[in-house]
Structures are given as structure tokens and as C-alpha cells.
Design a binder for this molecule. Structure first.
Ligand code: PLP
Length: 231
């Protein structure tokens, strides 16, 4: 049942790629498994799914310990600097870097372990006050600073969380803007920075996001069903 949902979404992603003239291999569907039990994750894993997303450090590390080691864990939620040490060598990609100080904390922990941590910069394109993420205007400056000063983090791209809207078309302009921003960054040729990854699109709007250039889509509810935060 869960895998049926997953496959149906993958089909829609492929169709969106076709509409946009994109190669479906450019897009990875991340199964956002927050609040969901290990058994559900294992069920997808057994069908070959490897990319999963979690938004809380403690939950991600518990699942990391319990589940197969070749799962690619994406940390997609807000990250506090004092918790970086728990996930820096467990997350394949940290999607939610929204300050230089956080990047600096990741750099310190990555250096201790002699690894390079791959990160995305979270951009609040929609300028929603309730959301994390830096403004579009600040992105270039921050990426330049990371490139100049931090040896053990590597910027791989951008992430945004679009507002919840009833009509996903309302978010098309936001996805377009993130794509445009990534092209500006690529054009600057900043040392050790690539901007090929665009993490955008959720259950409600991933098809529009793929049409506009998403390379990672983060889908939870449409795969696993509604989340219950009270249990
Ligand atoms: C929960 C979450 C998602 C998935 O949201 P759905 O609407 O359930 O698909 C995607 N991105 C982030 C950052 C999330 O926290």
C-alpha cells in the first residue's frame, strides 16, 4: 500500500519531467518518514527505496541506529547548532542551513571527523515570517562567506519550503525564483560551491516543483498518510 503510493508519485514525477522536457533521472523522490514507524520505512526499503527525510535530530538518529546502514538520510528540518554533532556523519545531506553560524558549527564537527558535509541553503523565497530560511537577497553573500572561510562544508544547492496553498499553481513563481537564484549562483563560479541541487516540492505541489526544476522532492503525507502528532 505504501509502496503503491510511492510508485504512483514516481509516475507523476516522470510525467511532470516529460511535460518539462526533463530527464526523470535528474529527480529523486525523498520519502519523508517523520513520525512514521520503522516498519513502514523498512517496507519501502525492501522495495529498493533508499532516500528518506526526517526533520528532527533525535528521531533521525534513532531510526539511523535501527535501520539498514545504506539508507540515505536527509535532514530536512530546522537544525540547532548544539545538535549538529549527532547527525553530521549520519545525514547524507543537510537541507536546512539558514545561517552562517550554523554552517560554521557543521564545519567544526565535520573537521573533527575528517569529513566534508554536504549542505543546502534554505531560502525563504515566499518571505513568510513563520518560516526559517534566509532571504533571497542574503543567499549570495552567505554562500561566498562559506566558500571563503569553511573548509569542511560544501554547498550543493538550495532548498525552500513553499506555503501550504490549495492550488499548487500559486507556488510556481516561488519554485521559479529558487531556480533562477541557483543559476545566478552557478554563474558566479564560487570556489567549491555547486548549485545543481534544488530541494523543493512537497505532497501538495511536487509536480509543479518538478516542472520548474526540482531535483529533490520531499513527500511525506502522500506516501505514508496523514501524520498524527498526538500518539
Ligand atoms: C514534513 C515535511 C515535508 C513533507 O510534507 P508533506 O506535505 O507531508 O509531503 C517536506 N519538507 C519538510 C521540510 C517537512 O518538514
Amino acid at each position: 500500500m505504501i509502496y503503491e503510493n510511492y510508485k504512483a508519485i514516481q509516475e507523476k514525477i516522470n510525467a511532470a519531467c516529460e511535460r518539462a522536457g526533463r530527464n526523470p533521472e535528474e529527480v529523486t523522490l525523498i520519502a519523508v518518514s517523520k513520525t512514521k514507524p520503522n516498519a513502514m520505512i523498512q517496507e519501502l526499503y525492501d522495495q529498493g527505496v533508499r532516500d528518506f527525510g526526517e526533520n528532527k535530530v533525535q528521531e533521525m538518529t534513532a531510526k539511523y541506529d535501527a535501520l539498514p546502514k545504506d539508507i540515505r538520510w536527509h535532514l530536512i528540518g530546522h537544525l540547532q547548532r548544539n545538535k549538529v554533532k549527532y547527525i553530521v556523519d549520519k545525514a547524507v545531506l543537510i537541507h536546512s542551513v539558514d545561517s552562517f553560524r550554523l554552517a560554521e558549527a557543521i564545519n567544526i564537527e565535520a573537521r573533527k571527523r575528517n569529513i566534508i558535509a554536504d549542505i543546502l541553503i534554505e531560502v525563504n523565497v515566499a518571505q513568510e515570517e513563520t518560516k526559517f530560511g534566509i532571504t533571497t537577497d542574503d543567499v549570495l553573500f552567505m554562500i561566498q562567506e562559506i566558500s571563503d572561510k569553511l573548509t569542511n562544508v560544501r554547498v550543493k544547492g538550495l532548498m525552500t519550503i513553499a506555503p501550504y496553498v490549495s492550488d499548487p499553481e500559486e507556488n510556481r513563481e516561488i519554485f521559479r525564483e529558487l531556480k533562477k537564484l541557483s543559476i545566478d549562483i552557478i554563474d558566479k563560479n564560487i570556489n567549491n560551491v555547486s548549485c545543481d541541487i534544488l530541494s523543493m516540492g512537497m505532497s501538495n505541489d511536487y509536480e509543479v516543483a518538478v516542472e520548474e526544476g526540482a531535483t529533490l522532492v520531499r513527500v511525506g503525507t502522500s506516501i505514508f498518510g496523514e501524520r498524527n502528532y498526538n500518539v
